[in-house]
Write a protein that binds this ligand. Structure first.
Ligand code: SF4
Length: 323
């Protein structure tokens, strides 16, 4: 069995609401979230806005601590940090690429100053000459060459694609073993998305990192990742090998997502699966299966108990009473 970079088991994260109107209530951002990511592997975490994908990445990066459930990184169970050194070591190992290439770079700092920080914080450079060499490497490996041209510029002097490349260079500067990429191309023009995705795939191969790639786009998930997990309203609905799930989705919500995604194979005339209603509020999620108010196949028992994420073999797991 392959070594695992990341294991989540029954992770729960709720955000209590403070207002008087919602006193005693909470946003149920993650409930019973569990999956494993093989070392050197890539998993897409797919879902619509508000499905809990970004909270899941934030909990793994430990920007928020989970309420309960297991989190194991590189074989080590996550436990409270006992020192800043432990917290820094974790942040070096698990890095986030943010969605917004405009907001995630300080506009008053040069690219040199932005890129220097991780090397200095983690004590990775051995003197100025070594730091200069590392900065050059960091930019050149993301296709920003000659590096000196970019190091003296400010973020506003770069295009959106170039800024995201700087973000990615900053992520890889600290030699992480796990990269959590939160919709890294969704704010880029379609014409430059593919270049950034290909560059990320090249870096993954060269560096041997593991990717958790967060997206709402099934086509992007298929291009980037061997495994896919689909979230809905704070819970995982289906997990499996990407090609198998996309070719033959078993959960009605995943079938709905597929039906709503453009596909060159099936063309615009294919039958669409329709769901009723809207994505539910995470403050007061539906009882039982969270998809039951919208599911065209719902039965009375679907609103009574939360279905288990059942193992169907072949790496496929589905949270539905049907398959
Ligand atoms: Fe639909 Fe029931 Fe399956 Fe939920 S458990 S997806 S409501 S059939």
């Amino acid at each position: 069995m392959s070594a695992m970079a990341l294991e989540l088991d029954g992770v729960v994260k709720h955000f209590p609401l403070r207002s008087l109107a919602n006193y005693g209530k909470a946003v149920h951002a993650m409930d019973d979230v569990g999956f494993g990511l093989e070392a050197g592997g890539s998993m897409a975490l797919v879902g619509e806005s508000g499905s809990g994908k970004t909270t899941t990445a934030s909990v793994i990066a430990r920007l928020y601590e989970r309420d309960s459930g297991g989190l194991v990184v590189d074989g080590e169970p996550a436990r409270p940090f006992r020192s800043r050194k432990e917290s820094l070591a974790y942040k070096k190992k698990v890095q986030l690429i943010f969605q917004d290439p405009f907001g995630s770079l300080n506009p008053t700092h040069t690219i040199r100053s932005i890129l220097e920080r991780p090397f200095l914080i983690h004590g990775l450079a051995n003197g100025k000459a070594d730091l200069d060499a590392r900065l050059n490497d960091a930019l050149e490996q993301v296709g920003l060459s000659p590096a000196a041209e970019y190091l003296r510029r400010f973020p506003h002097e770069l295009s959106g694609g170039q800024r995201q490349r700087v973000n990615i260079a900053r992520t890889f500067a600290v030699e992480p073993s796990i990269v959590l990429a939160d919709e890294p191309t969704s704010m880029l023009d379609v014409s430059i998305r593919m270049g950034v995705m290909n560059m990320m795939l090249d870096l993954k191969e060269k560096k041997g990192v593991s990717y958790l790639y967060i997206t709402h786009d099934l086509a992007g998930a298929r291009y980037m990742c061997g495994t896919i997990a689909v979230m809905y309203a704070g819970m995982i609905m289906e997990i499996g090998p990407t090609e198998a799930v996309i070719a033959d989705a078993l959960h009605p919500y995943v079938r709905l997502l597929k039906s709503a995604s453009p596909s060159p194979e099936s063309g615009p005339a294919r039958a669409r699966l329709e769901a009723k209603g809207e994505i539910p509020s995470l403050i007061d999620p539906p009882s039982g299966c969270r998809f039951h108010p919208r599911c065209p196949f719902a039965k009375p028992l679907c609103s009574e108990a939360v279905p288990e994420l059942r193992d169907l073999g072949g790496g496929r797991r589905v949270r539905c009473v049907l398959p």
